[in-house]
Design a protein around this ligand. Sequence first.
Ligand code: 2HA
Ligand code: ZN
Length: 265
Amino acid sequence: MCKTTANMYRLGWDERNGGNISYLLDEKEVAEYLNLSNVIRTIPLMGVNAADFDATPLQGKIFIVTGTGKYFKNVEGDPETNLGVIRIPKYKKGVELLWGFTDGGRPTSELPSHLMCHMARLKADPDNRVVMHSHPTHTLAMNYVHELNEKKFTHTLWEMCTECIAVFPDGIGILPWMLCGTNEIGKATAKKMEEFRLVVWAMHGIYGAGKSMDETFGLIETVEKAAQIYMLTAHLPRINTIKDEEMQQLAELFKVNYRKDFLNL
Ligand code: 2HA
Ligand code: ZN
C-alpha cells in the first residue's frame, strides 16, 4: 500500500485526496500481526454511504483500505494514520477497525463502490484481491476528446501500444459521469466489473481490479501509457497504426481471451 500510493502520487495520478485502494487480506496472515478479537471501534458507513447494499458475501473478510480525505502523498510517511485495517462484521452495519486511522479517520468515501466491486470480481475470479481507483492524467484528458463508447475507447487504446490487447484483452468498461461516493455509482461500477477489470468513470478517473497490487497497478499504468500516446498524437495526422489483424495475432500469441467484438475484422 505504501509503495503503490507513493508511486501513484509520484506519477501525478492522485492529487490531494484523489484515489483510493482496498486490498483483501488473508486472515491467517493478519492474525500474525494483529489480535483479531480486538476491535478498536466500529465505523458506520455514514451519509451517502449508508449501507443499503448487501455485503453478506464479504462477512468476516479483512481489508486494508486508504482513508477518506487522506492524501496518497502522506501514506508512506505515516501509514497508521492514513490507512486502516477493517473487517466486515457478521451482523452489524458498518465496519470493524482492527488497525490504523489513529486520528479518528474513516475508510475511503468510495468504500461502497470498492466492496461492491470486490463482490463482483470475486464471482468472476476467486483470486481477486485488489480494487484501485485513481485519476490518471492522460486517461482523464482522453475522456474529454474521445467518444466514450466502450468498443471505440478500448480499440483506440489497443492501437496505442503493441501489448495493450494482451494486458487488458477484456477491454474497458465506461460509466457516464455520475455522482461519486454514492451506492448508485458503486452498483453501476460493480455491474461493469462482472465483465471488465477496468472501468472508466467519465471525467473523473478509473477503477481497476486484480489478483495483486502489481497486476492492478499494471493494468491502470498500461491504460495510462496508451492514453498518453493518444494525447501526444491525437492532434497530428496519423500515418501509421497497429492493424486489427495484427492485434488479433498478438491476442492469439499471448493466448488471451479478448473481446473479439471490439475489433473490426
Ligand atoms: O477518494 O477519488 O472519488 C477521493 C476520490 C473520490
Ligand atoms: Zn476519484
